[in-house]
Ligand binder design. Structure first.
Ligand code: MN
Length: 155
């Protein structure tokens, strides 16, 4: 979306398949080396020279989840639809529409849609950012030593 262009407004619509915006592409989301499930990604605002952030919308179908990962960059998340749970560090919290979630640097995180409901959330990130890393065997067993975490994580 560029200033002076003729597409400064992109109309929102609710479709059977999920939330959509005019002229915004929908991508199946599986970042390299990550495992996620039934989740799509839409880039609502790309970063450029005048905006150093990117705003994305992720939508997870009922029962789906995002990748279990961590990285240096932070996420500022606003839940836009539905309900589910989120793992942030060692905490698992129920989330629903309009809740805010902050993911600090190098903090394990994963989003889970409830079984009966899609979970959609806006995620603000730096335009320039490091690649996510996934837990290795040692990190996984450390995570799984916490029964609360063991119960929710998917990978
Ligand atoms: Mn992430």
């Amino acid at each position: 979306m560029s200033a002076g262009g003729d597409h400064l407004v992109r109309t929102f619509r609710r479709e059977e398949t999920g939330y959509r915006w005019d002229q915004v592409g929908v991508h199946a989301y599986n970042a390299p080396g990550t495992v996620s499930n039934r989740i799509t990604k839409q880039i609502l605002f790309h970063h450029d020279d005048t905006l150093c952030s990117e705003l994305r919308y992720f939508e997870t179908q009922p029962g789906g989840w995002s990748a279990l990962e961590r990285h240096d960059h932070v996420h500022a998340v606003l839940v836009l639809r539905g309900s589910g749970r989120v793992l942030v560090g060692s905490e698992v919290t129920a989330i629903r529409e309009h809740d805010l979630v902050y993911i600090p640097p190098q903090t394990w995180h994963q989003f889970y849609a409830d079984p009966e409901e899609a979970l959609g959330f806006l995620c603000l990130v730096n335009g320039e950012r490091d690649r996510p890393s996934r837990p290795d065997a040692e990190e996984l067993s450390a995570l799984e030593s916490d029964p609360v975490i063991r119960e929710v994580i998917r990978y």
